[in-house]
Design a protein around this ligand. Structure first.
Ligand code: M6R
Length: 605
């Protein structure tokens, strides 16, 4: 949450900062601001609202060094005063911050008692005042000393009027990446911000500080010890972070799914597929831990892993797991070490990161399914199964959901084959089917127009229920999440058999039900549930495979997906529901890529 950038070079700093910020707007859009070094001092410009609001009111500035911020409010409502940068009393020190400072209230009241005046309701404002108190001519030392007094999560960038050409940054728990250019260097909370300028990056670790100028990058820790940056080449290119002619990033990313599946597919599932961890040991149980859409992918994964391997799998919300991990893990008392699979597209979700640490403390092996190779999660786990969907900019997860499921299927097949619960011909068949996924998903994308026409059936609803059984149950959860987050219509996902245990009371002609039908062993049971809905006169929108005669009989409104093995249907139905949500939100005129109150990467608890 919150996007931060820094630039030191000889280019047009305000323009570079604004352009980089726009690529980070998915991290927050309550307010935006920049600080640049100009005429021996700092010029600060910040505004409540989108980056475009700040940009439109920006005076002409001539500067080659500066910092920028796009905010997702935690402490203090969205306002000009609470926008970043925050400054000290002299106005010489500007700080931009992503994260939350836990002891800010205590620090603030002590400083106020000492006569320092605060001008915002943010936790961040304590930082410039603290840095000013410790400043003695050495900005890096002052920032280090100030950070010694704070607790909590932060990535910060700091500018001082008396240090031309220099930016100091630091990180604890919130992401920070350094970009290496030619005669210019960059800082950012996420690589897509700077991919236009450089592909060479280094990730800053927790507890580290960075000092950058146009020609130098120095990384040090809280004791002053230094290390050489480990430079990595980004696989992403600038087009990945651009809209490319689509009306929204979400739509572009929905249409990128066949490619994302192709890029993420491993050539063989017989060999080790997890980088850094050999899975050749007796796995007693698997816990899958994630948030939001990634959690739904995990629920799909549970069905498949259990079916193929007979290893028991439980799926946990990371925010619950971190404080109440499963009791059987405690103390590492089991002969077989549990495996904990953490799923996160960003690899920066605070709860998922904390859950990974809890799992490791308990002696579990940890594997991350993650879309960002250099992310915090990727670095903290024992093994990594990298998805290659490219950067996802739309706040609503789409292509990363699809490749997360693909990764879980690959994991299931690999575990089954290496444990001999799957023979070679079965392995080949699975590999073949997984190779066909981009084709099946492509077929769903071709039905976009038909799906967009059906969006009208939901637009004026009070509330919408999504139901499914077996593998279609998590798909129903994800369909409801997609719809509610971008259209603001109330939607709930339910196991179809549960409707009659309560929610049926809510059904009416104004409460449509979206049912996801699959030709699996639960089909006839779902048909009965759909009949129960029809009897209450709730409008029905069905998602069903081609040739499903029951679907055609039960409703005039059917989204057909290609005929596949039922086990592959989460991919096709999942994409159909993404398109449905997209078109409902579009018809309602919603801000699809930046839904209210949300941010892409949830780096606070
Ligand atoms: O980066 P992560 O996968 O850890 O993010 C988890 C959730 O915040 C995320 O999946 C969220 O639910 C989606 N953006 C919703 O579309």
């Amino acid at each position: 949450m919150c996007g931060i950038v820094g630039y030191a070079g000889s280019g047009d700093a305000p323009q570079i900062l604004i352009e980089a910020l726009k690529r980070l707007e998915y991290r927050g859009y309550d307010s935006a601001g920049i600080a640049v070094q100009e005429n021996g001092g700092l010029t600060i410009h910040k505004k409540q609202g989108r980056i475009s609001v700040m940009e439109e009111t920006l005076p002409k500035l001539k500067a080659t060094v500066g910092i920028g911020h796009t905010r997702w409010a935690t402490h203090g409502e969205p306002s000009d005063a609470n926008a970043h940068p925050q400054v000290d009393s002299s106005g010489d020190i500007a700080v931009i911050h992503n994260g939350t400072l836990e002891n800010y209230a205590d620090l603030r009241s002590r400083m106020e008692a000492a006569g320092i005046e605060f001008n915002s309701g943010t936790d961040t404002e304590v930082l410039p005042h603290l840095i000013a108190r410790h400043y003695n001519g050495d900005l890096l030392a002052a920032v280090r000393a100030a950070l010694g007094e704070v607790t909590g999560a932060y990535a910060i960038v700091v500018l001082h009027a008396a240090h031309p050409g220099e930016i100091v940054a630091a990180r604890n728990e919130s992401p920070l990446v350094v970009g290496f250019g030619e005669g210019e260097n960059f800082l950012a909370s996420d690589a897509p911000a700077i991919v236009k300028y450089t592909q060479r990056v280094a990730y800053v670790h927790n507890g580290e500080l960075v000092r950058i100028t146009a020609d130098s990058i120095e990384i040090s820790d809280m004791t002053g010890g230094t290390r050489e940056p480990e430079i990595e080449e980004l696989e992403w290119v600038v087009e990945d972070a651009e809209q490319g002619g689509y009306a929204h990033f979400m739509l572009k990313e929905i249409f990128e799914q066949p490619r994302a599946l192709q890029e993420s597919l491993l050539p063989t599932l017989a060999e080790a597929i997890v980088e850094g961890l050999d899975l050749n040991w007796r796995i007693g149980s698997i816990s899958i831990v994630a948030c939001g859409t990634s959690f739904h992918a995990g629920l799909v994964g549970k069905y498949v892993i259990e079916q193929l391997t007979a290893i028991p799998v439980n799926v946990y919300h990371a925010s619950e797991f971190r404080y109440s991990p499963p009791v059987q893990n405690v103390g590492g008392m089991l002969s077989a070490r549990p495996l904990v699979v953490l799923i996160s597209q960003s690899g920066e979700t605070a709860d998922t990161l904390a859950a990974a640490r809890v799992a490791r403390q308990q002696g579990s092996h940890t594997v991350a399914i993650c879309n960002v190779g250099g992310s915090s999660l990727a670095r903290e786990v024992d093994g990594i199964l990298l998805t290659r969907a490219g950067p996802e900019i739309g706040v609503a997860a789409t292509k990363t959901f699809i490749v997360q499921m693909q990764a879980l299927y690959m994991l299931a097949v690999h575990l089954a084959y290496s444990r001999k619960s799957m023979d070679q011909p079965q392995l080949r068949r699975w590999e073949q089917e997984l190779r066909r996924l981009p084709h099946y998903v492509g077929q769903v994308l071709e039905r976009r127009t038909a799906i967009s026409k059906l969006a009208g059936t939901l637009q004026s609803a009070n509330s919408i229920f999504f139901i499914g059984r077996n593998l279609s149950y998590p798909v129903a959860l994800e369909g409801a999440l997609k719809l509610k987050e971008i259209s603001y219509l109330h939607a709930e996902g339910y196991p179809a058999g549960e409707l009659k245990h309560g929610p049926l009371a809510l059904l009416s002609p104004e409460t449509p039900v979206v049912a996801i039908m699959s030709p699996d062993h639960t089909h006839s049971k779902l048909v009965s549930n759909i009949e129960e809905v029809a009897a209450r006169k709730a409008p029905l929108l069905l998602v069903a495979q081609e040739g499903d005669a029951d679907a055609q009989r039960l409703s005039p409104h059917v989204i057909t997906v290609p005929a596949t093995d039922p086990v592959l249907q989460p991919f096709t139905a999942g994409v159909a529901l993404q398109l449905l949500a997209y078109h409902v939100a579009d018809a309602l005129g919603c801000e699809i890529d930046k839904p209210r109150n949300l941010a892409k990467s949830v780096t606070v608890e």
